[in-house]
Design a protein around this ligand. Sequence first.
Ligand code: HAM
Length: 426
Amino acid sequence: MMKAVRGMRDVFGEEMATWQRVEQIFRTVSAAFGYHEFRTPMLEHTELFARGVGEGSDIVGKEMYTFLDRGGDSVTMRPEMTAPIVRAAIEHNILRHQPTSRLWYYGPLFRYERPQKGRYRQFHQFGAELLGSPHPEADAEIIMLAYETLRAVGAKLIEGVALEINTLGTASTREAYREALVQHFVAHRSTLSEDSQRRLDTNPLRILDSKHPDDQSLIADAPALRTYLDEAAHMHFDTVRLLLDAAGIPYTVNDRLVRGLDYYSHTVFEITTTQLGSQNAVCGGGRYDPLFEMVGGTPAPAVGFSIGVERLVLLLEQMEGGLQPPSRAQVAVIALAEEARLPAQLVALRLRRDGVSVITDVQRRSAKAQLNAAVKEQAQYAILLGTDELAAGTAMVKNLATASQETVSVERISPYLQQHLGVKAR
Ligand code: HAM
């Protein structure tokens, strides 16, 4: 039997209702904040991620789907959306036309990770990027947009997540801190876990993220980033906190939060949950002022976040028993006689054009089997067309819940159903 590629999921049936619900919320909440949708291609030049996300990151180091296309160019299936958005902003000179650009996106991403619950090789993110502002108001706006999205998804859900924030200061603060960390850890290299030993060479800040028991005491003794921050970085972070406090958004400061991508500076944040086992991050983001320059553009400040949609859907289903029936057709048009089969299709098409959702029979079944199918679909009305009705230009409209029925002229079916189903006329 052919199966889907490992780590890649099919989404269908009842789960789809939850996806559609969250997708609707992404649109509504980002519109409320004045963000515009942006779509970029699934493939980018490999160099974009090598430079943007960073050679030292896990993503570039071992998780990318990279291949040579038929022309011999190295391309990569996007593992994240921030570098592509910045590439596009530079390419289309977006900041010159719109010095403050508010963009959102939703789509699939690819990372060759070890699959487990909440971690897949194809997954989806909803995210937003605010380009062009260096000020803490922008950081706060982005955190609020992430938070409000989760809040709109569910009252229970928002109570079950925690927002953690930190500041990494400027790129030079981060560099000085990186050196201090290397000095600290290198003396005890052999006691570190294997992963952390590797990170010591590639991305020492990431050692702070390690959950490995062997690393914990060394991490606890590591120098604190806080002591490396300059005055401006403190002021920026304090203002972000002030704005979040004023908005009543609860958070904790976690000075070990560093994030795994190389482009961050100043504010970083994550929204985590204890409900999904080890894959606890639902959302990650931060300010990434160095990125425009890293990928070859004129420097520009920016901040953003991404929410993992599979994790959000899992959480929602877990917390709210999220399973809802997929949306159903409201009406079934049923042919009671052979010669009514074609007219039934035409009545259905007319209703569909008027905004009513309708199924018809495509299996040439008996009238009884068609009626059973309508009941199984949980349709609210059946439109019955027999020889007499055809002759009279009418149909029998049957309310399937009450079993009451009425004869309605064919022209009147649409307004009749629109009124009874509360469908808006088009
Ligand atoms: P990230 O932390 O790599 O950040 O990913 C953000 C979110 O995507 C994670 O918190 C998680 O919910 C979800 N996610 C990541 N990997 C997987 C996976 N393999 N399976 C399922 N879900 C996953 C970024 O991608 C940055 N671009 C965020 C950002 C935007 N920073 C600034 N702007």
